[in-house]
Design a protein around this ligand. Structure first.
Ligand SMILES: [Zn+2]
Length: 238
């Protein structure tokens, strides 16, 4: 391989990490979606740089804070809209809709069932109880154990990881999880946290210093909303 071709292959490598159509945080932390700048402009949105860092340079975080659904109409992920929604006014996939409400609309869920200690280890059960108490209405469902042998490829195999589902359904995107994930980081000692994942980023207390989620280490694109942790916060416990 010629040097120039080699350099080009290195430079183009990040495109393999693209997560187009997935959430991002627009200017001021509003709901956004990673799409091409062309598609954003066509939809009347506003782009910000650096908020879809794993994507190609033509893909940026696109938000639209003014749309035609009441005086405060703005584009949100449907999970994050407490008001009524109108389709076909927003950038990105169909789950980005024009929301009538200026309220965040995060959560509003009944208290989820906390797993019993057993297959799910006490440290994880205690962590789940503490998190749900700290974030009432924000967690819809909890998953702990998974049908795999321990030790395995996931801490779920050993009952030492919890998935905190924080959108309206599996595979449904939200931006609700960021502050929850940062709360986990800030309470790492009490919770005995091994690592936490939200929004395609990971934080591990043995490797990383305390910092905003936006600076956490980016993960590879695993291909969908759930695998990229845009519908749940994953916490592994020691
Ligand atoms: Zn998990």
């Amino acid at each position: 391989m010629h040097l120039r071709a080699f350099v080009l292959s290195i430079l183009s490598a990040p495109t393999a990490l693209a997560a187009v159509n997935e959430p991002c945080y627009g200017s001021g932390g509003v709901a956004g979606v990673c799409i091409t700048t062309t598609d954003c402009t066509t939809a009347g949105g506003t782009t910000i740089n650096g908020a879809c860092p794993a994507d190609a340079s033509t893909v940026k975080c696109c938000s639209k804070t003014s749309c035609a659904n009441g005086a405060s109409g703005n584009c949100r992920w449907t999970s994050d809209c407490a008001g009524t929604t109108v389709s076909n006014q927003c950038p990105g996939p169909s789950q980005m809709k024009c929301c009538s409400s200026s309220a965040t609309g995060f959560g509003g869920y009944s208290a989820p069932t906390i797993p019993a200690v057993g297959g799910c280890q006490a440290v994880a059960v205690n962590g789940a109880s503490a998190l749900v108490a700290a974030w009432p209405g924000r967690i819809r469902e909890i998953f702990c154990t998974r049908a795999c042998s321990c030790p395995g490829t996931s801490d779920h195999c050993c009952g030492k990881a919890i998935d905190f589902m924080c959108s309206d359904g599996g595979g449904v995107p939200t931006i609700s999880g960021q502050e929850i994930a940062e709360w986990v980081m800030n309470n790492r000692a009490t919770l005995n946290v091994k690592y936490v994942i939200w929004g395609q980023r990971i934080w591990n207390p043995t490797i990383d210093s305390v910092m905003a989620w936006t600076s956490w280490r980016a993960m590879e694109d695993r291909g969908d909303i759930t695998q990229n942790h845009w519908d749940h916060v994953h916490v592994s416990f020691n």
